[in-house]
Design a binder for this molecule. Sequence first.
Ligand code: GDP
Ligand code: MG
Length: 354
Amino acid sequence: MSHSNKISVVVLGSEDHLKKALITLILGTDLSLLPKKNDLKEPGIYENDMHSVICPPDRACNDLKNVFAPNQDPDMSLLVVKKGFTTEEVWKQVDNLHRITGKPTEEFIVVLPLGNKESFYPFKCYTLDQVFRKLTQLAEERESTSTRLPAQPAASWSQTPPHPMKEGQHPTTEVNLVLLGMTGAGKSASGNTILRKKQFISKASSKPVTTECQEAKTEIGGRRVRVIDTPDIFDDNRKSPNKEHVRKCLELCQSGPRVYLLVIHVSRFTDGERDILKKMETAFGREVVKQTVVLFTRGGDLQHGGMSFEDFLCGCQPDLKKIVEKCGGRCVLFENSASYSDQVEKLLQIVDRM
Ligand SMILES: Nc1nc2c(ncn2[C@@H]2O[C@H](COP(=O)(O)OP(=O)(O)O)[C@@H](O)[C@H]2O)c(=O)[nH]1
Ligand SMILES: [Mg+2]
């Protein structure tokens, strides 16, 4: 693999021994066998034929600025933290990196120590397993583009990788995300999380807050997304879905593919939701389950109860399990009060696959 085609990874953090261990794992070689400096006191670049790993010394502002200079986007920036870290101290590190480099906080992936499950932290984080899965995926993408594309001009080690869709590109199709579910499930709050702004009114109330279908548009990672927030179309007190809301909802998402997000509160599955897929079929047609992702809200409740999303799905009520199964197992967990986690990206990856 040519130098310009290498996967570029920046390894950051204050623990030298952990950084060394991670670099060793990525390169599959003992660092002392590599020709570069290995004391990590100066920016070291460690390479094999597929990866180029740069390790700037901790707190060296100028080195960091150089590594993240404009148009220098590494494929992955990993922040290594030690076992028993506190969310507050790691968030401070991430925020510091953001202030020095000017890069968004989401650009820095915190590598969770072994034994830490993926959870709701205010920063983006991966388990070691996810880091290596991402590296494999990047390698596969790189292989396929290098066989398809003519040779690229020589580039610096950290040139932006050829991602299929990047910010700034404008694909012609616009995907419609239609938020459906009971009042109070968190439809408007989830819409705001996707849009990254408080567009829809979302608050605790004994009566419905959203009374009309509304739309808002955004662009995420080069994808054009139209979010449609709805009132409770399947109100328990009605025999059939509210036709007026259904008409308005369909009118708002005329063009482009449509994905329904069935919003359900993780700790409150009600009788009215048991046959919600039937009600959705009545309103939007028999194919609706093929176009639906179940979006669970209040992921923080699971975290407080020490439960992973997988444990929740395994142990939830049979009727809820059936809903997820009918939707092809497509589901995501949101915590709408945590704006920095990668929940939206996970949802859009599912939407991309659909
Ligand atoms: N903690 C927490 N609160 C949430 C979450 N999603 C929604 N809420 C709250 O639940 C209440 C109802 O949410 P809303 O979006 O208005 O529900 P809607 O009726 O389905 O649109 C509001 O007070 C939200 O702040 C979540 O993921 N976590
Ligand atoms: Mg609402």
